[in-house]
Design a protein around this ligand. Structure first.
Ligand code: FAD
Ligand code: SF4
Length: 462
């Protein structure tokens, strides 16, 4: 909300007129038309042992779905996509395809331009969701087994959907009032327009056998022990609830805030003209969150937006495509500078003093030069962290995240984990989906083995 204190410090809502908000936050990659999709699909070589399929974390059979698009069989294409990736609609919008499937496309070698796999995936899934008709997937007979899934982001949703398909009863808990995790509260608004995140959640839940329990926080409303007592297995898809500190003093100043909170507010705003933004905004960080916060600040009407990153362009975790996107949206990216002091006066942020940095023998050092960027809004985007408190010391961690085997099993029997909270991932939506999918299969195999052993045990004991 725009308050007298925010107005005084240069942070204003309603910087644009309503038509400009609509234009700024419209779909950043408009969907393909039917004619465009058919032409693009014809570019696919339908490779045997397709490298794009190997490069997709969920292993979507890309040539098969593209062939079906070329045959105008969008329902069949959607089936091939959603069978491997139940959140294939969202992934089509947000996957950094330039690092994944499209990077592996053999058309890169011949023409320097891959088949637009993400856009075709979106075309097929959009066509299916517009007219779903009879269900694509149905549940197996009820197994009588109950699984608690905690966290309804992409990992938890994929796990819940997979378990429900196997016939298990799922209770899906989440701390937030809406399901979807960062699909709902984190991804850039121009990547997922028209409430698509909730449309996808509704479709996933329509499989049946999933009871949604929003506003339920593990560690407050239930414990791991209470879940283990009530359910046959537990899946943790808790994401990264913590925000990394700047590493310098963070005074309580109006305008200094976590980029993820700024983005969540923007995603949840019914009316974008109510979301305040500074005139001059500094974003500190080098990943997708930094780019999304900076671009959305600019789109809300900020006049100057600068991303400051402590290392060089090649070390930024935002891809080169995302960096270029930020620059075309009017965002300045400055490399080789680290924050030294957040400056403020009268309770308001005034700017940030930075030290110039350099790499010497692989170590990041300060060069001795300093400079100040004036700002009335400073957004911290230097990474999120796993908050382990809800799982206590019961589960082994590595690098601050949950240690699991390949299938997502944790060190605690009957507990699986996946998505960003699992050690060793790349913090991508598509990877969280794969973790959830793998864990659902592993939980199913484990519960099925128990079910198969049960009559045997009864015979032995009887
Ligand atoms: C700003 C931003 C932009 C991004 N953009 C992209 C992008 O464009 N493309 C891409 O591939 N990836 C992107 N990512 C990364 C992607 O969003 C994550 O990798 C993905 O959402 C991880 O899924 P998850 O299910 O593990 O966690 P989350 O999506 O974080 O979901 C975790 C869920 O667990 C719930 N939860 C947490 N703690 C508890 C608790 N104690 N009790 C109950 N519930 C709890 C939360 O409420 C949340 O709903 C972005 C991330 C951010 C922050
Ligand atoms: S899910 Fe993502 S990585 Fe996999 S094929 Fe689709 S767009 Fe590419």
């Amino acid at each position: 909300m725009d308050t007298p204190s925010t107005r005084a410090c240069g942070i204003h809502a309603a910087r644009l007129n309503l038509a400009d908000y609509a234009r700024q936050f419209s779909d950043s990659h408009p969907p393909l038309t039917r004619a465009q999709a058919l032409i693009e699909a014809e570019r696919c070589y339908y490779c045997h042992d397709a490298p794009c399929t190997t490069a997709c974390p969920t292993g979507i059979d890309v040539p098969t779905f593209i062939q079906r698009v070329a045959q105008d069989n969008n329902r069949g294409a959607a089936r091939a996509i959603l069978e491997a990736n139940p959140l294939g609609g969202m992934c089509a919008r947000v996957c950094p395809t330039e690092m994944l499937c499209e990077q592996a496309c053999v058309r890169n070698t011949n023409e320097g331009k891959p088949v637009e796999i993400g856009s075709l995936q979106r075309y097929a899934t959009d066509a299916y969701f517009a007219e779903p008709g009879a269900p694509l997937f149905t549940r197996a007979a009820p197994s009588g087994r109950r699984v608690a899934v905690v966290g309804a982001g992409p990992a938890g949703l994929a796990c819940a959907h997979g378990l429900a398909r196997f016939g298990h009863s799922v209770t899906l808990f989440d701390a937030h009032p809406k399901l979807g995790g960062l699909n709902e509260y984190g991804l850039a608004r121009y990547k997922t327009t028209n409430n698509f995140a909730q449309q996808e959640v509704d479709w996933l839940l329509s499989i049946g056998g999933i009871e949604a329990r929003p506003d339920q926080l593990l560690g407050r409303d239930m414990t791991l022990d209470s879940l283990l007592a009530a359910y046959d297995a537990v899946f943790l898809g808790l994401g990264l609830a913590g925000v990394n500190a700047l590493g310098v003093a963070e005074p309580a100043l109006q305008g200094l805030r976590a980029a993820v909170n700024f983005i969540a507010e923007l995603r949840q705003a019914e009316d974008l003209s109510t979301v305040p933004v500074g005139r001059r905004v500094v974003v500190i960080g080098g990943g997708m969150t930094a780019v999304d916060a900076a671009v959305q600040a600019r789109k809300l009407g900020a006049e100057e937006v600068t991303i400051v990153y402590r290392r060089g362009v090649e070390s930024m975790s935002a891809s080169t495509v995302e960096q270029a996107w930020a620059q075309t949206q009017g965002v300045t990216i400055r490399h080789w500078a680290a924050p030294k002091e957040v400056l403020g006066a009268g309770g308001q942020v005034q700017g940030v003093r930075f030290a110039a940095t350099a790499s010497r023998d692989g170590a990041l050092v300060e060069t001795g030069e300093q400079f100040t960027l004036e700002a009335d809004m400073v957004l911290k985007a230097i990474g999120q962290s796993f908050v382990s408190q809800p799982v206590g010391a019961r589960i082994e961690l590595q690098g601050g995240r949950i240690l699991t085997d390949e299938s997502g099993r944790t060190s605690l029997p009957r507990v699986w984990a996946g998505g960003d909270c699992r050690h060793g991932g790349r913090d991508l939506t598509v990877e969280a989906v794969e973790h959830g999918k793998q864990a659902a299969l592993s939980i199913h195999l484990s519960l099925s083995a128990e079910l198969a052993a049960a009559p045997l045990l009864e015979t032995q004991h009887g």
